[in-house]
Design a protein around this ligand. Sequence first.
Ligand SMILES: [Zn+2]
Length: 458
Amino acid sequence: MRIVSAIFLFVLVCVSFYGQDNDSIIIRKIFNNELSSRIAVLELKKLCKSAPKRLAGSPASIKAIELMKEIINSYHPDTLYTQEVKVIPWSRGNTENATVYFKQKKIKLHALAIGGSISTKEEGVRGRVIEVHGLEELLKIGSEKLTGKIVFFNEPMDPTIINPSTAYGIAGPQRVWGASEASGFGAKAVIVRSMTQSFDEVVHTGIMHYKDSVTRIPAISISTLEADSLSNMLKTDPATEVFFETSCSTMPLTSSYNIVAEIKGIQKPEEIITVGGHIDSWDVCEGAHDDGAGCIHASEVIRVFRELGIRPDRTVRIVIFIDEEMFQLGAAKYAESVDKKGEKIYAAFESDSGGFLPLGFGCLSSDSSFTQFMKLQKYFQPYRMTEFIKGHGEVDIAPLGKFGVPLLSLNTDKQRYFDYHHSEKDYFESVNPRELQFGCAATVSLIYLVDQLNIFGK
Ligand SMILES: [Zn+2]
């Protein structure tokens, strides 16, 4: 009797161990494939070196879309097509000069027009400078002091906040809305401190928007080191002036594209798991972390599924979005098409946190879906990716949230992310190949598990 129970127990343990472990074995195979393959790294290099500065609507962005399509096509998806998106191109032009007039000295600054800004026209803009730390402080100062002045937004990203994205979320609105708010008080131009925690002379750009109701005024960003020196000069001599000139412009609507590629599901082809990254980048960089890495993470799902013979139950659909950086028109187009066709998106994932080492994943969903999602954590324990965060999707998949779709993201170690973000430092060599491979393995594994374990319901 004892022997019989022992055998029974042994069989039970084996069955349950194997049953649970089959997926772990596949995850291990996915990691082995990625960690011993150079493909992801070489494809990222190709994208960065052949099509850098690929802001939506630029010739480089069209070249990047063609290239990414070729890369994905070489992995043999079941379907591959582009989805037309009308985008609003913005060009920086050739002129970007800024000079501080401090006492008897003329000091040159490194400067970049902020994306979406109007130009200064040929004569440039010169004036006294009022320094503020964020939008709230601006409101307190009021029109009397601001009329005719250049407002200098100098709120740094708070270094004491552990997650740099949170610090960016707090300081970022001064870049996005500073010009509109300052214009409302009669200011004639805006200078913004770069959104980064590194101290150097590298300038970081990004998007800004004008409110309909205000007079549009030009805006530039300057580096953190030069922002600190400008601040010191203003303390020493409040009569310090700045001159700057820019020649940027917004151009008429033009056609661009999202790339869509699928592996059809064998059990439930009508249920779709969207896996995204964005192909556009700022026009001063190669867009390696933002978001070349995300495009490669996503495309690797098709390559590795094919190589390992993984046939998903649901349709796995890679979407390479255009225009994340400026107006998210690619994201809007995709969501609109999902809605029109009445498609069922089972879950949506986007990688847009750089090619850094993944710590885990984010999940923006109902509480019950998040509880389900947490069941995946144990599969990532051997790879040290157990930081599962509630409430973090990404920008391009956000519009799918209104259909109740659980939104998933790659959660990377972002301590160095803002050193590179939207600056000339975001080039291919700033991505560590092994960290990129881990990001690919994490992405492919997550998509495999969400599908196979019916994590958001059958
Ligand atoms: Zn991005």
